[in-house]
Design a protein. Structure first.
Length: 201
């Protein structure tokens, strides 16, 4: 247990320690670093965090994070809007974008079907996806290879079955079963999306 001589420092350490993967010692290093910075730098840091919370929105098209009504990916006219990559969360968008291998658009479900956690299809952004695929030529399942991920893909696949002209693909199986996308290296993930295969439930 760290013993601090300032209640203000202790309070700041407690707040930093609430971040995922940050223990009290790392949190203390962050706080001491900020104390060494000049006031304009600290003000800029605090202002960035405040604006992040007050101004960030959800893209009305794909449910990704956005500064306005639509995210930068959906607004980019160089992207192929007829190819939609279905992902679980925003981290997955970031992981795939980092590979530089994908040039379509995304649809963030906001989770996956998990009865144990009380998450059903109605809790996900499935309805907006079904409206978007009306103008799509391909849908890519880029969900984790867990039972929940496979269940979610199968559920959506059944919803898409009436579209004979829609290609439904999934990531190539260079990804081990049970893995989440955010923990896969860029090379493997890039190859998996570039060499995607037909989805077979």
């Amino acid at each position: 247990m760290l013993s601090l001589s300032s209640r203000l420092v202790e309070r700041a350490v407690e707040q930093f320690a609430t971040l995922p993967g940050i223990g009290r010692k790392t949190a203390l290093r962050f706080v001491l670093h900020l104390l060494r910075r000049d006031k304009p730098a600290v003000d800029a840091f605090v202002d960035a965090i405040r604006q992040l919370k007050e101004s960030i929105r959800e893209c009305k098209h794909c449910h990704n994070i956005a500064d306005g009504d639509a995210c930068e990916i959906c607004l980019d006219t160089r992207r192929d809007a007829t190819v939609i990559c279905i992902v679980e969360n925003i981290q997955d968008v970031i992981s795939i974008e980092s590979t530089g291998q994908y040039h379509g658009v995304y649809h963030v479900l906001g989770g996956i079907i998990s009865p144990v956690d009380g998450i059903g299809p109605a809790d996900l952004h499935v309805d907006t996806l079904l409206r978007r695929v009306e103008n799509a030529r391909e849908v890519i399942f880029a969900l984790g290879t867990t039972i929940e991920g496979e269940t979610t893909a199968y559920y959506i696949f059944k919803k898409l079955a009436r579209r004979d002209d829609l290609a439904v693909t999934t990531l190539a199986r260079g990804i081990a079963t049970g893995n989440d996308l955010e923990y896969i290296d860029e090379l493997t993930l890039g190859r998996s999306i570039a060499n995607r295969i037909r989805f077979e439930p």
